[in-house]
Design a protein around this ligand. Structure first.
Ligand code: PGA
Length: 252
């Protein structure tokens, strides 16, 4: 019922030529894998080039960030309209943006509103920090992040959520699949409260944080987990392909 999805978040990695090489190394194989949404999110400066490289394939394109103003004197920013012209998806509220660029719940909310307005599909990232996890505050934190991010948003246009415990991102220390499944179940129940049961049932919720070809099967075997947002392993063609293949087989 929910189409699984693997999204590769390349973060601030790859020059335009490296991005080109990476896409060329994956394109044909990735294109063949069915039953699954395959999304790659290169840096802004490579979006236009990658878009051409994946033309005619089943691979989809996403951005890693957005600014919430439509246009104007905001030097260095990238607007929703610019992105909508190039790609379908946009990652919003990644923990690295919250941590290093002071993105608050209010800013994340504005970014989601602006993305939805132009028809982009947001991948909203939420997740607790290590100290919050250790203090048993995971539920409280993700519930509050959901509430603030989705304030006064009625129409979600296929918005997806990526549950990414901050302590599992880029650390090689993934959450256990059971923990991730439980928290994603909780997120789904919260969506049902904020919206309704059907919306919650149909919403794709991904896990993110040190997903690799070696642990993907374990996560994808969990019923609440609909896919993954992959960082480090998405920069290696063979790893990314393997994660996508495993997911498509498990979620048939
Ligand atoms: P990671 O990053 O797979 O390198 O842990 C995941 C993410 O930040 O989306």
């Amino acid at each position: 019922m929910r189409v699984p999805m693997i999204a590769g978040n390349w973060k601030m990695n790859t020059t335009v030529s490296e991005a080109t090489e990476l896409v060329k190394a994956m394109r044909a194989e990735l294109d063949k894998i069915g039953n699954i949404d395959k999304v790659i999110c290169p840096p802004f400066i490579s979006l236009a080039v990658v878009r051409e490289l994946i033309k005619g394939s089943s691979i989809k394109l996403g951005a890693q960030n957005i600014y919430f103003k439509e246009k104007g004197a905001y030097t260095g920013e990238i607007s929703p309209l610019m992105l909508a012209d190039l790609c379908k998806f946009v990652i919003i509220g990644h923990s690295e943006r919250r941590q290093y660029f002071n993105e608050t719940g209010e800013i994340v909310n504005k970014k989601i509103v602006s993305a939805l307005r132009v028809g982009l599909k947001p991948i909203l990232c939420i997740g607790e920090r290590l100290e919050e996890n250790e203090a048993g505050r995971t539920e409280e934190v993700v519930t509050e992040q959901l509430r603030s991010s989705l304030t006064e948003i009625d129409y979600l246009n296929g918005l997806m959520i990526a549950y990414e415990p901050v302590w599992a991102i880029g650390t090689g220390k993934a959450a256990t699949s059971k923990q991730a499944n439980e928290t994603i179940g909780l997120i789904r129940r919260n969506i049902a409260k904020l919206y309704d049961k059907e919306i919650a049932r149909d919403m794709r919720i991904l896990y993110g944080g040190s997903v690799t070809a070696a642990n993907a099967t374990e996560f994808m075997n969990q019923p609440e987990i609909d896919g993954a947002l992959v960082g480090g392993a998405s920069l290696k063609a063979d790893q990314f392909l393997s994660i996508v293949k495993q997911t498509s087989e498990i979620k048939q």
